[in-house]
Ligand binder design. Sequence first.
Ligand code: NAP
Length: 304
Amino acid sequence: MYDLIIIGAGPAGLTAGLYAARGRINALLLERFSPGGQVLTTDWVENYPGFPEGISGFELMEKMKTQAEHFGLPIRMEEVIGLELHPEKKVVITHKEHLEAKALILTLGATPKKLGIEGEEPLIGKGVSYCATCDGPFYREQEVAVIGGGDTALEEALFLTRFAGGIHLIHRRDRLRAVKLLQDRAMAEEKIEFIWDTVPIRILGESGVEGIEFKNVKTGEISRKEVQGVFVFIGTQPNSNVINGMVKQDEKGFVMTDEKMETSIPGVFAAGDIRSKALRQVSTAVGDGANAAFFAERFIENME
Ligand code: NAP
């Protein structure tokens, strides 16, 4: 039996793993894709302390992974498909095996939300994208729409200015949610046009995106714009399928914890974007991960 199994190798999971490995507890980190989490799709991170010039999302995550492994953390590529949460042991079920641990840290992260409008689903990968860093270079000198007014929408719109001919940023209000610095940068960028008080209602095209239809929420007016790409950044939803109500979740499905990062089940902790909280950043995920590992270690000691 492991002392601790951590599920998900984003910034929270890798930090929890680093702390657990340095604490010399018998820990295992499981990851379904490759370590790094959502940060891997971020071109440039400039608000993670210690890198005054900024750092690429990929490089930052490589460093976190290397640091955790340096202290002996085993990282295994296996997708978790089920959990059994007993008071005396937690069982983690993957496609290959049943693993047991005294404590768990859930660092499953979050996934971009979809708009749920006509044309979106069939055109995913054919012009509809949730990652400018991944798909931006396909839109050289083309027109694209960006949906959303938060940090992600503005960062990704700014990234797209390197490639696209024009970016039409569609936001449902007349005020952006993003941090002021990003607002100033985006407003100063000639390639970005802001379309305020507007929601997309349909993505047009058969074999590829040809346009977007949208509605002004104040006037009710419906308009269209010819675009070849639609980038959607309207927030995230928790990767909580495997949790399935076993621990207390908020109305959006994010996992609720106390300040020790402990969920409603003793010995089950949650950290990072999966957790119900106000601010989802690399820096807050890292803090969550450190706390979760610290209190998981105490829980394990008390069990013994
Ligand atoms: P977010 O902050 O939740 O913003 C989502 C945006 O999409 C909002 O402007 C929202 O409008 C809009 N929206 C939501 N649902 C919509 C819908 N159905 N139709 C149209 N528009 C919709 O999400 P995010 O930008 O992905 O950021 C998530 C978290 O990550 C935040 O805590 C953010 O600070 C953090 N983040 C940080 C950085 C960074 O620090 N560099 C970078 C990226 C993300 P309203 O404003 O009207 O609600």
